[in-house]
Ligand binder design. Structure first.
Ligand code: AMP
Length: 300
């Protein structure tokens, strides 16, 4: 496995079709699902490992973001990654970028509203990764549903010749969506956090049973979260994946997203509505059978 901070060196190791998996490290099974999907479809898998300061509005959040490069490189190698692009901040941003990549119509709700500037940071770093690495496809987790929508639209609007491939959310055995931030949850908040996925999975049942009113379904989730001790919901909202507008009815392409603060940790989750052979089906993600590797150390 090659590890480099140079775009030119990544390009020199391109062999056949290239799948890119952008990450900020502290790898878990969610990242592994993206790597697996890329591995199945491409000759060369490139994983980027870069905690992008530009997408953090809050300096404390950036400083406390979990990092363990050595562990990540071991996991990436085992998972079959061919090239890791792990630049320093200065390698990624040789000079302060004067260019902005902004999608105002898609970033004024949900994560964009609660994390001002976040998607400007995401858009420029993803644009740089796509331009510098030139993959045939890039893999993104549906856990960050607004990010998938923004990145897909950016590549379409800029005619970038790359396929953006969404991958279902990977969950722990009790339903909690995997996130590098989960290691910051204490025992009690970790238990409380289960209510986020539970409320969404109940909404998924309602939708598959025929519920179509987005407002009523969101209200049900909101009220369950209000009743959950230790969980403070920031938003419970519907959006259409294509443009992030509010869908008037539950329909394929729409997703229901939640952000909540639990024990001082900000968590997000969502479910996606898709067309099934007989009505709509809901992508709830997939569960892993045991405790995530996030909590397991080599010496455990
Ligand atoms: P991050 O390192 O958190 O920036 O995530 C890197 C990529 O992994 C993003 O495309 C995320 O959406 C994706 N990802 C993070 N958590 C999960 C998860 N639980 N399931 C699927 N994909 C995920």
């Amino acid at each position: 496995m090659i590890v480099t901070g140079s775009f030119a060196e990544v390009r020199s190791h391109r062999d056949g079709s290239v799948g890119l998996v952008p990450t900020m490290g502290y790898l878990h099974e969610g990242h592994l699902a993206l790597i697996d999907a890329a591995r199945r479809s491409h000759d060369t898998v490139v994983m980027s490992l870069f905690v992008n300061a530009l997408q953090f509005g809050d300096a404390a959040d950036l400083a406390s973001y979990p990092r363990d490069t050595e562990r990540d490189l071991g996991i990436a190698e085992q998972a079959g990654v061919d090239v890791v692009f792990a630049p320093t901040h200065d390698e990624m941003y040789e000079r302060e970028p004067l260019t902005r990549v902004v999608l105002p119509a898609m970033t004024q709700r949900m994560e964009g509203l609660h994390r001002p500037g976040h998607f400007d940071g995401v858009a420029i770093v993803v644009a740089k990764l796509l331009a510098g690495i030139q993959p045939d496809a890039a893999y993104f987790g549906r856990k960050d549903a607004q990010q998938v929508a923004v990145v897909s639209r950016m590549t379409q609007d800029l005619s970038l010749p790359v396929a953006i491939v969404p991958v279902p959310t990977v969950r722990e055995a009790d339903g909690l969506a995997l996130s590098s931030r989960n290691v910051r949850l204490g025992d009690e908040p970790r238990r409380a956090a289960r209510e986020i996925s539970r409320s969404l999975l109940l909404a998924a049942e309602e939708i598959e049973a025929g519920a179509t009113d987005p407002g009523m379904i969101a209200a049900g989730v909101r009220s369950r979260l209000e009743d959950a001790p230790g969980v403070a919901a920031e938003y419970v909202e519907w959006a259409d994946g294509a443009d992030l507008g509010v869908p008037p009815i539950v329909r394929p392409g729409a997703f229901l997203a939640v952000a909540a603060l639990v024990g001082g940790v900000r968590l997000i989750d969502n479910i996606h509505v898709e067309a099934g052979s007989d009505g709509v089906v809901v992508d709830r993600g997939v569960r892993i059978g045991e405790t995530s590797m996030l909590y397991r150390r080599e010496d455990d």
